[in-house]
Design a protein around this ligand. Structure first.
Ligand code: GDP
Ligand code: IMO
Ligand code: MG
Length: 434
């Protein structure tokens, strides 16, 4: 019963979409379990790019069933658009390829309006959210006011729920943020018309489907969104998202017990990026930062914002390995480092004159740390066409060995470009279960 969790080990955008697409060739089910359309997962096959926000990244494989689990906050308008675009490209031909849990929280228009109004009101203190309504939607779930996907197919119940909710939302929009109130008919109508398009994918209980697959020894991938340091509880709070992004969330968001999981793959960029506000100890506000940004095409796949760039941070990664229980690493975008004379890796922090090796979690501490670096010689070769790990430059392999040894975790996959075929396997994905 191989259950494999794919989780981002940094601040998101590590390359989860690419890895899930590659792994999906060998998987029966791919499950999204948290987050929403704040995610932007990029897949590149034969030069063609597909960006997915809500549909799981297994969708390019006809024989893989994609599931949107209960923990996801579902923007029905966005997912309907995404499905239309996939169909226009000859994909998702069979409706059985996608199942959406009746228990997903629906993102309503008022969530997006509130998210954006709050960010404007916060000025310089803003979180830098994606504006997709994620925080307000999860708030409704926690305060037991959420509209669930299944509610969209019962108009009377939907009206009662939205009437109760919109009063409070409009009060805030008008009185706190000076916005126009939203009209209930419009809010309901846009949700209902999107839901009509999605009805064929409706599934009463997706956790039953996953359980059956695991019992039949099928291969199930759990696709995380965002990254460890954006986790609501364990990330750089308050500069985080509103869901639990760590591996444990795969169980909660899809309704599968922890004992069913076999492996946690930590998707890790060979350097670090972050979008939005918040502390970033190894950030480079210099020419090298610009080089990484340009060479790595580091622009947000959801908002188009420029991603902040910096060196790899092993202190933060050690924390990610621990709190996710990461059993192997997929090291991404190492091709972006080609051409640099020197590569730095953060191995410790200095905090108030003390050298520390653990990621600090007390409020405000990450903001104050200074990174301590170890330097590595770079390599000049273009590695984007490499087919075997052994053929890569010696200095690159030294860098990878250092990462793996420092984190006491094997690097099983090295990615040398965005394409599906630019993936080097150091160890087969499912070997231990066959
Ligand atoms: P995700 O959110 O974790 O799925 O990552 P994104 O899709 O937001 O961002 C990763 C970006 O890097 C995308 O544009 C990918 O096409 C690209 N990418 C993934 N792996 C590699 C790689 O090994 N090398 C390069 N150069 N680009 C990659
Ligand atoms: P993927 O799945 C990178 C960031 C936002 C902001 C913070 C809160 O593509 O890796 P939110 O809209 O969630 O309330 O914003 O979280 N953020 C991401 N950063 N990748 C993502 O997803 C992100 N999803 C949210 O930039 O700083
Ligand atoms: Mg992304």
């Amino acid at each position: 019963m191989p259950g494999i969790i794919v989780v981002g080990s940094q601040w998101g955008d590590e390359g989860k979409g690419k890895v899930v697409d590659v792994f999906s060739a060998q998987s029966d089910l791919v499950v999204r379990y948290q987050g929403g359309a704040n995610a932007g997962h990029t897949l590149k096959v034969d030069g063609k790019e597909t960006i997915l926000h809500l549909v799981p990244s297994g969708v390019l494989h006809e024989n893989t069933t994609c599931i949107i689990g209960a923990g996801v906050v579902l923007d029905v308008v966005t997912v309907a658009e995404e499905i239309r675009a996939l169909k226009a490209n000859g994909l998702l031909k069979n409706p059985n390829q996608l199942l959406i849990s009746d228990s997903c929280t629906v993102i309503m228009d008022y969530h997006k309006h509130l998210d954006r109004s709050r960010e404007v009101a916060m000025g310089n203190e803003k979180i830098g959210t994606t504006g997709k309504g994620i925080g307000p939607a999860y708030e409704d779930r926690a305060s037991r006011k959420a509209v669930l996907f299944g509610d969209l197919f019962n108009k009377d119940k939907l009206i009662t729920k939205v009437e109760a909710s919109i009063k409070e939302k409009n009060f805030l929009l008008e009185n706190m943020y000076g916005q126009e109130p939203l009209k209930i008919d419009q809010v309901i109508q846009s949700a209902i018309s999107a839901a009509k398009e999605l009805e064929v994918y409706r599934c009463n209980d997706t956790s039953l489907v996953i359980d059956k697959a695991l019992r039949e020894k099928k291969k199930v991938l759990f696709e995380g969104a965002q990254g460890t340091l954006l986790d609501l509880l364990h990330g750089t709070y308050p500069y985080v998202t509103s869901s639990s992004t760590i591996a444990g969330s795969a169980c909660i968001g899809s309704g599968v017990g922890p004992g069913r999981m076999n492996k946690v793959v930590g998707i890790t960029k060979a350097y670090t990026t972050r979008v939005g506000s918040g502390p970033f100890p190894t950030e480079l506000n210099d020419e090298i930062g610009d080089t990484l940004q340009k060479k790595g095409h580091e622009f947000g796949a959801t908002t188009g914002r420029r991603r902040r760039c910096g060196w790899l941070d092993l202190v933060a990664l050690k924390y990610a390995i621990r709190i996710n229980g990461i059993t192997s690493i997929a090291l991404m975008k190492i091709d972006v480092l080609s051409g640099l004379d020197e590569i730095q890796v953060c191995t410790a922090y200095e905090l108030d004159g003390q050298v520390i090796y653990e990621f600090p979690v007390s409020p405000g501490d990450v903001e104050r740390v200074k990174p301590i670096y170890q330097s590595f010689m770079g390599w000049q070769e273009d590695i984007s066409a490499a087919k075997e790990y052994e053929s890569l430059p010696e200095n690159l392999r030294k860098y990878v060995r250092f990462i793996s040894d420092s984190l006491k975790t094997p690097v099983d996959v090295v990615s040398v470009g965005p394409g599906r075929d630019q993936t080097l396997w150091l160890k087969p994905l499912f070997e231990t279960y066959e």
